[in-house]
Design a protein around this ligand. Structure first.
Ligand code: GDP
Ligand code: MG
Length: 230
C-alpha cells in the first residue's frame, strides 16, 4: 500500500542491541523526542544492556537468538506506530538525523528511506583490511542492485532507516542476520514501493566491537543477493 495519507504520523523506534550497555543509554535518551514508542530488541546481551534500556523506559524484547535480521522482523509485531525507524545501539547513528529519515515518508514522497553513509560519510568504513573488504563488498552489492533493478542508489547496507510499518509487513522478509538490510532495499524496489536515500553520517562505535564476522557471513551476502536479484 502506498503512503497516500499525509495526516499525522507516529514513529516507533526499534533499536537492535547486543552487549551495547556502554552506549545504549545515550542512544535511547536522544531518540526519545523523535518517537512515541521505543523498542529495544535485545540479542541476549550478557552485559547491562537490558537494565539500561528498561531504566530508559524502552520496551525491551528478547530476540529469538538468530541474529539482527530476525530481531528486526520480530520487532514489527510489537510496533504500534505507522512508521518504524531502525537505529543501532552502538552510537554509530545520530538520532538527530531521524527527522531527515522520516520527512520523505511524512510528506508522502517515499515508503522507505535509507540513511546513506556513502553520501553522509563514514568514520567506520575506512582504514584497515576488514573495512576495505566491507566497503568493497558493499559497493559491489550496491552496483549489482543498481544494474539489475535499474536504480541508482548509493548504498545498501546501512542499519539506519525509516519505513512505513505497512510496507515493512508486506516485504515478506526472510533474512536472520544483517543481510536483512539489502533484502529490505531489494524487496522495496521489486515490490514497487518508493525507496529514497538521505545522507546520514556513520560514527565510529564508541565501545565494544562489531558483531559482524565477515569470514562467517560473506557467503550469506552472496546467496541473499542472488536469491533476491535473479
Ligand atoms: N537484537 C540483536 N541485535 C544485534 C545482533 N547482532 C548485532 N546487533 C546489534 O545491531 C547493531 C549493529 O551491529 P554492529 O555489530 O554494530 O554491526 P556493524 O555496525 O555493521 O559493525 C548494533 O546495535 C548491535 O548491538 C543480534 O544478534 N541481535
Ligand atoms: Mg555498528
Amino acid at each position: 500500500m502506498m503512503n497516500t495519507n499525509p495526516g499525522p504520523h507516529t514513529v516507533s523506534i526499534v533499536v537492535p542491541a547486543l552487549n551495547e550497555g556502554a552506549t545504549i543509554g545515550d542512544v535511547l535518551a536522544k531518540c526519545r523526542k523523535y518517537g512515541q514508542q521505543i523498542i529495544v530488541m535485545d540479542g541476549h546481551s550478557t552485559d547491562n544492556t537490558r537494565e539500561v534500556a528498561e531504566a530508559a523506559g524502552a520496551t525491551v524484547v528478547l530476540d529469538n537468538g538468530k541474529g539482527k535480521g530476525a530481531a528486526m522482523r520480530e520487532a514489527v509485531r510489537h510496533v504500534t506506530s505507522d512508521i518504524i525507524v531502525f537505529i543501532d545501539a552502538d552510537g554509530s547513528h545520530d538520532a538527530d538525523d531521524i527527522p531527515r529519515l522520516t520527512a520523505p515518508i511524512i510528506s508522502g514522497d517515499a515508503d522507505h528511506v535509507s540513511g546513506s553513509r556513502l553520501i553522509g560519510g563514514s568514520s567506520e568504513l575506512h582504514g584497515g583490511f576488514d573495512e576495505f573488504f566491507r566497503l568493497a563488498g558493499s559497493a559491489f552489492i550496491t552496483a549489482c542492485i543498481n544494474y539489475r533493478l535499474g536504480v541508482t542508489i548509493s548504498e545498501s547496507q546501512n542499519g539506519f532507516r525509516a519505513i512505513l510499518t505497512d510496507v515493512m509487513k508486506q516485504l515478506d522478509l526472510k533474512e536472520n542476520i544483517t543481510t536483512i538490510e539489502q533484502e529490505m532495499i531489494i524487496k522495496t524496489i521489486r515490490k514497487g514501493f518508493r525507496l529514497a536515500e538521505v545522507p546520514a553520517h556513520e560514527y565510529k562505535r564508541v565501545a565494544g566491537y562489531s558483531k559482524i564476522r565477515l569470514k562467517s557471513v560473506w557467503f550469506r551476502y552472496g546467496y541473499c543477493l542472488l536469491k533476491n536479484l535473479l
